[in-house]
Each structure stands twice: as structure tokens, then as C-alpha cells.
Design a protein around this ligand. Structure first.
Ligand code: B12
Length: 365
């Protein structure tokens, strides 16, 4: 990975006009790439027997992702994501050659649709093609974790196995016991539920569990977040109001929900909106609720551009209605550039760090 990260230092930024052309021609590019793949007689082998829809979805995700890479010039995010893409799709049967064929199809489509603006964009695709073998190397499957085995009797491993079994009652029992013993919601969230959900994600990524099993685990965790929290008797509101939401098109809401619960327990008045809140509605709500802080959660790189627009909208609000902005979520672990480029007032890596940062803001306010 270090080698690839160093190589990205020589990549030239994609000019704003080239990004605009890429976005303008998006549908034509996608149609051409899809058609090139559909014309191949070896397509069933390239897709490993998967439905063509999976390939169409991949091309659209790819396009949205690359637009964000170009906008934020986040080539570190690019090289950290590509091994994930290779691993996830190959675990589900796609062949390694699929990526070479697909990337070549993008280069042809870009040269055809973007004409002279294509240069800097094509360079990035050529970088991906030249480094295919390194990406393949980095996409090797994860080693077995051992948490599936009954030998590992740590709370986190036991919780994870109950999640895999779809056993809400056992997950609840374990969580309540742990809270009674430690009295710490941070411990339950950060040492038990969060790592167990990261494992569930890797299991889905590597094809060990189905989408249905992953949904079951998410549903259990959401039932837990709703049912365990009231046991802690939330205190009266002593501090300001915080609006917390996942970004537009962001369906990962569990992390933001943890942040909301942790802040509410710390005396903040929280307005938690859940997943996928549209930008205009969110900005209207900020104006009517007038919170001290707007907190945004982002897991998927393709949602960064939406957040940039929201932050821009907040900056344009009249001074007396402008909340401080806080961002967090897994996307920030993919690139060092994002926090700075997005320009939010703060970032926190988890719910405990969010609480500490807001306390500093409250004390300083
Ligand atoms: C559950 C889940 C889903 C569920 C979400 C259900 C729900 N109601 O939330 C569903 C099925 C909707 C889903 C969909 C998808 N998912 Co998903 N999902 C997950 C999974 C397994 C768990 C997420 C989770 O709850 N984690 C636990 C929480 C507690 O952790 P967290 O989000 O990091 O939050 C903590 C911190 O980041 C931070 N934080 C979070 N938000 C905020 C906000 C602020 C303001 C602050 C300060 C801090 C903060 O504090 C939190 C608590 O400490 C993850 C695996 C993983 N690694 O998390 C994959 C994962 C995130 N998903 C993934 C993918 C690819 C997808 C899909 C694209 C799949 C698909 N092909 O459709 C879609 C994308 C949909 C979309 N547009 O958003 C990938 C992302 C890969 C990547 N690097 O980009 C992951 C990593 C799985 C994997 N290993 O491959 N997913």
C-alpha cells in the first residue's frame, strides 16, 4: 500500500473543466462501458456467472466514486478503495480480468466522449491499469479471524456469534449484563457492537454471509440501540441542540445513531434524523431548529460531494443561524485530505471523541 500511496504523488490533479465534462457525459460514458462489456463473448466468465445487473451497478458506483476522487483529489482514497472493490467482487465470483477489461472500456469511452478534456482523467485510469497486479496482491482475502470459533469467548466474539445466529434476545442479554457490570455505554458501543459490525461487513464483503444475514445483524443492532439506551435514564437537557444525520444517499445510520445517543446522555438536546436526509430539507430544518451543531455521518465515498454542498449551504446561512459543523464516519479513514477539503469545523473518529470535542466547544462557547 505504501508503494502505491507514494506513486499517487506523481498524479496530476483533474482540472475542474475535466471533472465537469466527466459529470456531463456520465450517462453516455456508462452506456458505452456497459455496451463494450455486453459485446464480449466471454462476459459470463468475466462475471463469474453473476447477473449483469451486478456489473451495471458496479459501473455506476465506479462513476460516482471517481467523480468524488477527482473533486477531492483524493488519490489516497482511490488506492485504498480499489483493493476493496477487487476483493468484494472477486469473492462473489468476478474474475481478475474483468477489472482490466472494464478499465480499458472506460479509457475508450473517455477518449470517445470527452475529446481533449479527457487527458488528465485518462491518466488516472492508466495508473489503475498499470498497477493492476499490485491491486490484486492487496486484494488477497482476509485471514480467518477465529471469532467464529467457540474457543474465543471474549464478549465481542460471543456477541458477534449471536448476531450471526440472528439471536436478538442473547444480544440484548449480553449488552444489558455488560452495561450493569461496566456502566459504560462507550464500552458496549466501541468494544462490542462496532467491531462486531465491522466483522459482519468483512463477512459480507468476502461472501461468507448473505445480504439477508447482514440485514438481520443490522436490524438486531438497531433494536438494541433503541432498547438498551433508555435503561441508562437519559439526563435532563443541560446543553445546546445538535442535529445529527447521515448524509444524502447514505444508508448507514447506526454510527450516527450511536453519536446521537452518546451526546444525549451527556446532556445535549439531540435531533437525530437517521439515514439519507435530502440536502434542501436538511438545510430548512437547520434554519427552523437553529441547532448549535450540525453533525453529518458519511460512510460511502460517493456521498462526499453531497456533504460538501451541505457545508457550503451552512456557510451561506446568516451568521446568527449558522451552526458549527461536525463530520464523521468511515470514509474519513480512507483519505487524509477529506477533513481539510470539506472544511467542516470538526471531525471525530467515534462517538466518545465526538462527545469530548463537543464538550470543548461548549466550554469555549
Ligand atoms: C450494516 C451495513 C449496511 C446496511 C446499513 C443499515 C443501517 N440501517 O445503518 C445497508 C444494508 C443499508 C448497507 C448498504 C451498503 N453498504 Co454497508 N455496511 C454495513 C456494515 C456491515 C455495518 C455498518 C455499521 O453499522 N457499522 C458500525 C458503526 C457503529 O460504525 P461506524 O459507522 O464506523 O460509526 C462509528 C464511527 O465511524 C463514528 N461515526 C459515524 N458517523 C459519525 C458521524 C459523526 C458526526 C461523528 C463525529 C462520528 C461518526 O462514530 C461511530 C460510533 O463510534 C458495514 C461494515 C463496517 N465496516 O461498518 C458495511 C459497509 C460500510 N458497507 C459497505 C457497502 C459497500 C455498502 C453498499 C454499497 C452495498 C451495496 N452494494 O449495496 C451499500 C451502500 C448504501 C448507501 N448508499 O449508503 C462497505 C463499504 C466499503 C467502503 N470502504 O466503501 C462496508 C465497509 C462493508 C464491507 N466491509 O465491505 N450497509
Amino acid at each position: 500500500m505504501e508503494k502505491l500511496l507514494r506513486k499517487t504523488e506523481n498524479l496530476t490533479p483533474v482540472a475542474p473543466e475535466a471533472l465537469a465534462a466527466y459529470l456531463r457525459h456520465g450517462e453516455a460514458l456508462l452506456e458505452q462501458v456497459n455496451q463494450t462489456l455486453l459485446d464480449r463473448t466471454d462476459l459470463p466468465q468475466l462475471l463469474g456467472g453473476n447477473p449483469q445487473q451486478m456489473m451495471f451497478d458496479n459501473h455506476r458506483y465506479h462513476f460516482d466514486f471517481m467523480a468524488n476522487v477527482f473533486e477531492f483529489q483524493a488519490y489516497d482514497m482511490l488506492v485504498r478503495m480499489v483493493p476493496w472493490v477487487y476483493r468484494a467482487y472477486m469473492s462473489h465470483g468476478f474474475s481478475a480480468d474483468y477489472f482490466l477489461v472494464e478499465l480499458e472500456a472506460w479509457v475508450d469511452a473517455l477518449r470517445g466522449c470527452l475529446a481533449e478534456e479527457a487527458g488528465s482523467v485518462v491518466n488516472i485510469y492508466e495508473f489503475l491499469l498499470q498497477n493492476h497486479d499490485l491491486f490484486l496482491e492487496l486484494a488477497k482475502p482476509y485471514p480467518e479471524s477465529g471469532a467464529q470459533s467457540r474457543d474465543d469467548d471474549s464478549d465481542e466474539a460471543v456477541f458477534y456469534r449471536h448476531l450471526l445466529d440472528g439471536d436478538f434476545k442473547e444480544c440484548f442479554r449480553l449488552s444489558r449484563n455488560l452495561l450493569e457490570r461496566s456502566g459504560s455505554l462507550d464500552r458496549l458501543y466501541l468494544e462490542i457492537i462496532q467491531p462486531a459490525m465491522y466483522r459482519i461487513g468483512r463477512d459480507w464483503e468476502t461472501g461468507r454471509i448473505s445480504v439477508a444475514k447482514e440485514h438481520l445483524a443490522s436490524a438486531i443492532v438497531m433494536r438494541l440501540l433503541a432498547s438498551i439506551y433508555p435503561l441508562l435514564n437519559p439526563p435532563p437537557t443541560l446543553k445546546g441542540k445538535v442535529v445529527i444525520t447521515a448524509a444524502p444517499n447514505e444508508f448507514h445510520e447506526i454510527g450516527a445513531w450511536m453519536v446521537a445517543n452518546a451526546l444525549e446522555l451527556d446532556g445535549w438536546k439531540t435531533v437525530f434524523l437517521g439515514a439519507n436526509t435530502p440536502r434542501t430539507d436538511l438545510l430548512n430544518l437547520v434554519q427552523s431548529e437553529q441547532p448549535k451543531v450540525l453533525a453529518l455521518s458519511i460512510a460511502m465515498p460517493f456521498n462526499l460531494r453531497h456533504v460538501k454542498k451541505i457545508l457550503h449551504g451552512v456557510k451561506n446561512l446568516p451568521c446568527d443561524q449558522r451552526p458549527r459543523t461536525l463530520v464523521g464516519g468511515q470514509v474519513f479513514r480512507l483519505s487524509d485530505r477529506l477533513q481539510q477539503t470539506l472544511g467542516a469545523d470538526g471531525y471525530a473518529d467515534n462517538c466518545a471523541a465526538a462527545r469530548n470535542l463537543l464538550q470543548q466547544w461548549w466550554d469555549g462557547a
